[in-house]
Design a protein around this ligand. Structure first.
Ligand code: AMP
Length: 238
């Protein structure tokens, strides 16, 4: 079965507005291009003057990983959320509290922090941008995917990303706080614990948001290549 990567990015006067990507079968390509263009044109951040959609065949076998199981921690406020995250990270790094401080101090990054478990140092080459995870999609057929922009789509997209990330052997854990001021549920994920939703990760209205991956630092170049370029389908591993 040949698969295609479909990517869209839109901008207005050179400023990025939105982006999306899918991995689909040949007979879905046309519909997905149309849906992405529609989505770009009705984005709440503004009307784009440029929409670029690219379609590229994926060479060779695609990697498939199962979706992490979802559970939810009971956290009434950001202090309890902090305790939950730090307790989860503590067996993996002696710098768990530093990782939390770092993550809750960043905003407006496009990608994730790579946090070296052993030293607590940052390993991503560009600290302002971070490392962006791309080339991923849910394996379910188009019709079964939730409507883009719905609450369900938000969890699905995050679960797909977290599942790709957690399945790399150098990644020990991921922590995510949404940068949407109205969305305060974050998550902490590991391959063995799964995807743990953490309510009240930040106070409502806060512009804080970011992602941090705790990594073992063995082959950072190989890890970044996997995160950015290796196409991965999540779920329905056949
Ligand atoms: P979001 O959950 O979309 O609100 O994103 C929260 C934060 O995660 C953003 O501020 C970025 O720092 C980071 N982020 C978003 N998308 C990605 C991605 N594809 N890869 C890595 N980090 C991301």
């Amino acid at each position: 079965m040949s698969l295609f990567s479909v990517k869209m990015r839109s901008s207005a006067e050179g400023v990025h507005i939105s982006g999306a990507e899918r991995i689909v079968e040949a007979d879905e390509v046309a519909d997905v291009c149309a849906a992405m263009s529609r989505r770009a044109l009705s984005h709440s951040k503004g009307t784009p003057d440029s929409i670029t959609v690219t379609v590229a065949a994926i060479d060779g076998e695609i990697m498939r990983v199962p979706a992490l199981a979802i559970t939810e921690a009971a956290c009434e406020d950001p202090r309890e959320a902090r305790d939950t995250v730090i307790n989860t990270l503590a067996p993996l790094t002696p710098h768990a509290a530093d990782a939390w401080e770092l993550l809750t101090g960043v905003r407006d990054m496009r990608g994730a922090i790579l946090f070296h478990a052993e030293t607590g140092h940052r390993l991503e080459p560009d600290r302002a941008r971070g490392v962006r995870v791309t080339s991923l999609d849910a394996a379910a057929a188009t019709g079964q995917r939730p409507e883009a922009g719905s609450g369900k789509a938000r969890v699905t997209e995050a679960l797909v990303l977290a599942s790709k990330v957690a399945h790399h052997p150098s990644v020990l854990a991921e922590v995510c706080i949404s940068d949407d001021p109205g969305y305060t549920t974050g998550y902490v994920a590991t391959k063995s614990l799964g995807y743990v939703r953490v309510p009240n990760m930040k106070p409502a209205g806060s512009a804080v948001g970011g992602r941090l991956f705790i990594v073992d630092g063995r082959d950072t170049g190989g890890l970044i290549h996997y995160l950015e370029h290796t196409p991965v389908l999540v779920g329905d591993t056949e």
